[in-house]
Write a protein that binds this ligand. Sequence first.
Ligand code: 13P
Length: 250
Amino acid sequence: MTRRRLVAGNWKMNGSLAGADALVGAVVAGAKGLSAEVAVCPPFVYLPRVRELLRGSPVALGAQNVSREDPGAFTGEIAAPMLRELDCKYVIVGHSERRALYAEGDAMVADKFARVLREGLVPILCVGESLEERDAGRTEAVVARQLDAVVERVGVSELGKGVVAYEPVWAIGTGRTATPEQAQQVHAFIRGRVASRGAEVAAGLRILYGGSVKGSNAGGLFAMADIDGGLIGGASLVADEFLAICRAAG
Ligand code: 13P
């Protein structure tokens, strides 16, 4: 099965209105004609502006987080229908920064994944181990736990409507990327684990790699059999660097 590659930029809590104009303008111009799908995930407050800038372009819009609740009395939260209204296609759920800094556990992440799907949007489920967990030989156990929580909540065919991003915590923002072989090993494990519940879903599932991806290392990562694109942090804030990654994806 052919899986269309996806490169998504996670701006995290960075940017400004003026900066968004310049960055998105350059990305829209540079992403023309690529076979890979390109998406940008700016902070919530910039979504309306970036949506305008993306009008008529194949570059997709995404959000970095969402509430698991329906609209209501949840001060400071953002509901899934609001993201749909702004034409978001993707929503990142379970990013390691949210798991670690905002105490999002597997159950909450699974709820968010389900809520995003119910809205007809595409969740990007982040999974990945810390350095301590890797050193203790627990990488597969941690990734399996994070993945299984979602499969048990929504079922394997619903998982297949989303995207998985493997982001080893030790490679995020550290400049220390996983080698293509290290990443491939975990991507193959993820695909195999999904295959044990549904072979067809696994064959079609896009699994992105995230963690210090740059223009210079993207080609090696994307050449691996089970790496279907990238979730890009720091490098997604620099148009030339982000576009180099997009081109490496096709
Ligand atoms: P960096 O690309 O800055 O390492 O961040 C990766 C990431 O967390 C994307 O979600």
